[in-house]
Design a protein around this ligand. Structure first.
Ligand code: PMP
Length: 443
């Protein structure tokens, strides 16, 4: 057995029907380095999925591999529950060093289970405990994980319609999605109206939302379709929650650790959240999640949030190596430069191809919404989402050697999440394949 075909037959026969990525990327990975993946048939791919945004430094970066080797050499225990090791302390200090200075000496960190969802669950427990509030303010189109509680707070209903036991008391508020404005307005006004609507709803607590324990959102919705929240809106959410004493939880699982061009995405708005949830890139390729929060929220009892896998030393070593590398190698500057390069070319492509309805994002979290120019325009003057075309473009990209994910409410947004260290030449190569693939798809 050695070909994609023969391995995939086994996968299809044995693995759950819930498997997702293999349906879109039917290959078997033999090895990977940087942003390149090689399959068992010897074909090479540019990886713009990066483990769903996890691989800040791409695959198997030398500093990551070295960090793992070091742990093994030093006989650091691989598993420690939440007991201390010198490595854990160093990792913690490194995380604190990247926090905005307003938080640096006033924050606490909670190590959680290995997934982003674990971190979100812990954050909700933390604020529920501290505020004694019950209801959660979440957003349409948001995504926070696949456990029962995190799904309850995730906005795109499709996937969970069949589940009966989701958390009650979740209120979905309108996210400032300018292209598909929920109020039929569009553009920057979307954010203004969303903020006013939310403020009124909270003012009218009797009929609106009583005793919220927290508000949670991503500053750029990832799975929701690379939708960046307007900066003024972010500031408004901070003001509105602050005035009402509602803890603001920012889900930095996908946006965090440099992805948007700042270490934390909320820094673009100059705001300080009460709670930050990190996962994905903070583990430097390995499973890790942490919640960082203002110390006044630290009101839970010893053992209030436990979990066996909170001491993954390999993940701490790779996370530490990744944070240091980002700091020492001007990676954030590269994110900004590559982002400009992407947007320049993608905006030009939008002029050429009428299936490109919207180009958006922040840093290296980029979305291209594919639309159907043969259909009727909506009230905002935009064509409807075109899922089949997005799928065809994705298939063309894949056969041309480019891995790019599709997401969004209607599965019509091409989502680029490349490694933060991709080079100018790699960016050109990726964009050339993308353009060729669109040209082939619309033929
Ligand atoms: N929050 C956000 C913003 C995410 O993008 C994801 C994963 N895509 C999660 C939470 C959940 O993370 P995990 O899949 O590791 O549970």
């Amino acid at each position: 057995m050695s070909s994609n075909k023969s391995y995939l037959e086994v996968q299809e026969e044995k693995e759950s029907n819930a498997r997702s990525y293999p349906r879109r990327f039917p290959f078997v990975i033999e090895k990977a380095a940087g942003m390149m993946i090689h399959d068992v048939d010897g074909k090479e791919f540019y990886d713009c999925l990066s483990g769903a945004g996890t691989l800040a430094l791409g695959h198997n970066h030398p500093v990551v591999i070295e960090a793992i080797e070091e742990v093994l050499k030093k006989q650091t225990p691989l598993h420690t529950l939440d007991l201390a090791t010198p490595l854990k302390i160093e990792f913690m200090e490194e995380i604190f060093s990247i926090l905005p200075k307003e938080l640096r000496n006033k924050a606490k960190i909670q190590f959680c289970g290995p997934t982003g969802a674990d971190g979100i669950e812990a954050a909700i427990k933390l604020v529920k405990n501290a505020t004694k509030g019950k209801s959660i303010l979440a957003f349409q189109g948001g995504y926070h994980g696949s456990t029962q509680a995190t799904m309850s707070m995730s906005g795109n209903l499709g996937k969970k319609q069949h589940l009966q036991s989701l958390l009650p008391d979740v209120h979905f508020l309108p996210f400032p999605y300018e292209f598909r404005c929920p109020f039929g307005i569009g553009g920057e006004k979307t954010a203004e109206i969303s903020a006013r609507y939310i403020e009124n709803l909270l003012d009218d607590c009797e009929s609106g939302i009583a005793s919220p324990c927290g508000m949670i959102f991503e500053t750029v919705q990832g799975e929701g379709g690379a939708i960046p929240a307007n900066i003024e809106w972010l500031k408004e959410m901070r003001r509105i929650t602050e005035e009402r004493g509602i803890p603001l939880i920012i889900d930095e699982v996908q946006t965090g650790i440099g992805r948007t061009g700042e270490m934390f995405s909320f820094e673009h708005a100059g705001i300080i959240p009460d709670v930050i949830v990190c996962s994905k890139a903070i583990g430097g390729s390995l499973p890790m999640s942490v919640v960082i929060y203002k110390e006044e929220l630290d009101q839970w009892n010893a053992g209030a949030h436990i979990g066996t896998f909170r001491g993954n030393q390999l993940g701490m070593a790779t996370g530490l190596a990744t944070l240091k590398y980002i700091k020492e190698n001007k990676v954030l500057e590269n994110v900004k430069a590559r982002s400009r390069q992407f947007f320049k070319r993608l905006h030009a492509l939008k002029e050429t191809y009428d299936v490109i309805g919207d180009v958006r994002g922040r840093g290296l979290m980029i979305g291209i919404e594919i639309v159907n120019p043969a259909a009727r325009k909506d009230a905002l003057g935009h064509y409807p989402a075109y899922e089949e075309m997005a799928k065809t473009i994705q298939e063309r990209c894949f056969s041309n050697g480019l891995i790019v994910e599709v997401g969004g409410r209607h599965s019509a947004v091409m989502r680029f999440l490349p490694p933060l260290i991709m080079t100018e030449e790699q960016t050109e190569a990726v964009l050339a394949i993308f353009e060729q693939s669109i040209a082939e798809a619309v033929q």
